[in-house]
Design a protein around this ligand. Structure first.
Ligand code: VGL
Ligand code: ZN
Length: 195
C-alpha cells in the first residue's frame, strides 16, 4: 500500500513528553525510540498538531499507589515542569498547533479532541484525513484516534510511530483491534509516500 500525502492531511503527534519516556514518571517502553520517525513524519505533513498532557498538580488521576489498570497514575506531566516538556529531540518548532489536555483537576481527558477546539481547527484548515502517532497507543493515542473518527475525519493509526503502556501485556494489541473495529485504518509509516 502507498498513501500519498495531500494538502488535506494532518499529522497528530500525541504526548511525546519526557514523563512518558523511559525513566519518566509514567514510562512507556521505547517511547524515545520513535522520536526520529515522528520527526520524519513532521517534515512530510502540511498540517501538524502536537498534543500534550498538561495536568494541574492536583489532577484526579494522580495516586500515591497507582495501579495503572484502574486508570490511576503516578503524578505526571504537571504543567510547566520538566516532565511535561516535549522530548528534547522532538522537532516541536514544526507544529502548527499545540493542544493542551487534562488541564481540569476534576476531569480526565485522554483525547486531544476532548474539551478542545481541535476538530473545529482542523475543519478550518480543510483537513479530511488525520494520521495519529505518539504515546501511548493504548490510552491517549487510541482516545484521540477514536474521537477523530467520531468527528468525521478519515483516521489512520501509524502503528510503528506509536508505543503503548501495555499493562497488562496484550493491551496494546487489544486496543488496536478496537480501533480497527471502529473503522480506523492501521498502517505502517512505510505505507506513506513521504518524499
Ligand atoms: C496518558 C495515561 C495518563 C497518555 C496520559 O498520554 O497516553 N496515559 N495520562
Ligand atoms: Zn495524564
Amino acid at each position: 500500500m502507498t498513501l500519498e500525502i495531500t494538502p488535506q492531511d494532518a499529522l497528530i503527534v500525541v504526548d511525546m513528553q519526557n514523563d512518558f519516556m523511559p525513566h519518566g514518571a509514567l514510562a512507556v517502553a521505547e517511547g524515545d525510540y520513535i522520536v526520529p520517525l515522528v520527526n520524519q513524519l513532521l517534515a512530510c505533513f502540511p498540517t501538524r498538531v502536537l498534543t500534550r498532557d498538561w495536568h494541574p498538580a492536583d489532577h484526579l488521576s494522580f495516586a500515591a499507589n497507582p495501579t495503572y489498570t484502574d486508570k490511576s497514575w503516578p503524578p505526571h506531566c504537571v504543567q510547566d515542569t520538566p516532565g511535561a516538556a516535549f522530548h528534547p529531540d522532538l522537532q516541536q518548532e514544526r507544529a502548527d498547533k499545540i493542544i493542551s489536555k487534562g488541564t481540569d483537576p476534576s476531569r480526565e481527558a485522554y483525547s486531544g479532541f476532548q474539551h478542545t477546539d481541535l476538530a473545529e481547527w482542523l475543519r478550518g484548515r480543510n483537513v479530511r484525513r488525520v494520521f495519529v502517532t505518539g504515546l501511548a497507543t493504548d490510552f491517549c493515542v487510541k482516545a484521540t484516534a477514536l474521537d477523530a473518527k467520531q468527528a468525521g475525519f478519515e483516521t489512520y493509526l501509524v502503528q510503528d510511530a506509536a508505543r503503548g503502556v501495555n499493562n497488562p501485556p496484550g493491551s496494546v494489541e487489544a486496543e488496536i483491534q478496537i480501533m480497527r473495529n471502529s473503522g480506523i485504518h492501521v498502517i505502517h509509516s512505510s505505507d506513506l509516500d513521504c518524499s
